[in-house]
Design a protein around this ligand. Structure first.
Ligand code: ATP
Length: 234
């Protein structure tokens, strides 16, 4: 029996009069890596923010383990096991690396993630504990942002623009970390610009175009021509 962690049913999201998502529906099973691709403005960040509770659907539902969470604020969803790593690696710049990690645990669940296990996953953070987050490189900040989300012991990890602007060596480590996280029971939703790279780890992919799913399927079932066509709306 498959275990559906997350389900979206006909989700519409507006910013004022502007509709960013149109009747978006999908299911995510436990232990899956689900990738969202598509050109800028397609609605991918809006989608993750809606799942995290930072944006409300005007109609439709977000279900976590079959329970509608539409009325739950973001902090309650963190406590249920949903953690977002937002676009742009938003760490608290004036706090130290350690303080950023400690804050990540606030309101979260009990579990195996703590400063020690996060630094085992991202050893590059170990010597930086006392450093102010603003002084870190982009890659270090992304590792910290992911580590901070892990401190809440999430079941479902939402990663927005996971590798954008990072050095190849850091991207490699982050992708290795994603594989390890799924191996240890996490479920991952990832927004990624680097389509080829994300298809190497994704079990399922959905391409967004102007707020709608233009193409979806298992990577092995999708041709690069079909992906390009969906990506550019051809
Ligand atoms: P990107 O890769 O550029 O982040 P995306 O696929 O993540 O693109 P979103 O950021 O979700 O797309 O944006 C979807 C649409 O909603 C875009 O047209 C964007 O301009 C619009 N939008 C996003 N945030 C807001 C906002 N706060 N107010 C008004 N419109 C917004």
């Amino acid at each position: 029996m498959s275990n559906v962690v997350l389900e979206l049913k006909d989700v519409d999201v507006f910013y004022g009069d502007f509709q960013a998502l149109f009747k978006v529906s999908f299911k995510v099973e436990e232990g899956m890596t689900f990738a969202f691709i598509g050109a800028n403005g397609g609605g991918k960040s809006t989608l993750l923010r809606t799942i995290a509770g930072l944006q409300r659907p005007s109609s439709g539902h977000v279900l976590f383990h079959g329970e509608p969470v539409d009325q739950f604020p973001a902090h309650k969803r963190v406590g249920m096991g949903i953690a977002l790593v937002p676009e742009g690696r938003r760490v608290f710049p004036s706090l130290t690396v350690r303080e950023n990690l400690v804050i990540g645990a606030y309101g979260g669940r009990k579990g195996d993630w703590n400063i020690e296990s996060v630094t085992e996953l991202f050893p590059l953070l170990k010597p930086l504990m006392k450093r102010q987050a603003s002084s870190l490189s982009g890659g270090e900040q992304q590792a910290l942002a992911i580590g901070r989300a892990l401190m809440s012991n999430p079941e479902l990890l939402l990663l927005d623009e996971v590798s954008l602007g990072l050095a190849p060596v850091v991207i490699k480590r982050i992708y290795e970390a994603m594989v390890l996280l799924v191996g240890s029971g996490h479920t991952i939703l990832v927004v990624e610009q680097d389509v080829q790279h994300v298809l190497t780890v994704a079990d399922y992919v959905a391409c967004f175009l102007e707020g709608k799913v233009a193409l979806e399927g298992k990577p092995a079932d999708l041709t690069s021509e079909a992906i390009t066509a969906a990506y550019f709306g051809m």
